[in-house]
Design a binder for this molecule. Structure first.
Ligand code: NI
Length: 143
């Protein structure tokens, strides 16, 4: 089978802080550093959503990228862009908004709609900074 991976990139800006209320400010500082800043800080996130499949013989597509972009925008970008991850985003409620946790929540939110559109979600990559990113394969081994 000629499996191909296709990726759509989207961007959003969000504020957050990494902080545990059950820890002292000192301990939060030691563990989370600058990211524990009481008055929030923001990141310019870059999200890569990868779908795998065999190109449809009629269209040559694995998934229509317009459809994929629509799903990501509706489910993720509209929820996160210019929002505070700790306060404003229902699907992140009760979660420390580390890049690791956020990427799992993003997966769980779009895997269904992508599947409904005939796509097989393979990977999500999320850049928090130029130098730091995480990848998630839905809890499966990647290859
Ligand atoms: Ni941060």
């Amino acid at each position: 089978m000629e499996t191909v991976y296709i990726t759509r990139r989207e961007r959003f800006n969000s504020a957050h802080k990494l902080f545990r209320e059950d820890w002292s400010i000192k301990k939060n500082n030691e563990v989370f550093g600058k990211c524990s800043n009481q008055n929030w800080h923001g990141h310019n996130y870059i999200l890569f959503v990868t779908v795998k499949g065999v190109p449809n013989p009629e269209t040559g597509f694995i998934i229509n990228l317009k459809t994929l972009s629509k799903i990501i925008n509706k489910e993720i970008i509209e929820e996160l862009d210019h929002r505070n991850m700790n306060l404003d985003v229902p699907f992140l409620k009760g979660v420390i908004p580390s890049t690791e946790n956020v990427v799992i929540k993003i997966w769980n939110r779009i895997v269904g709609p992508i599947s409904d559109a005939g796509g097989d979600l393979a990977k999500i990559k999320l850049f928090e900074t130029e130098n730091n990113f995480v990848e998630y394969f839905g809890g499966r081994e990647p290859f």
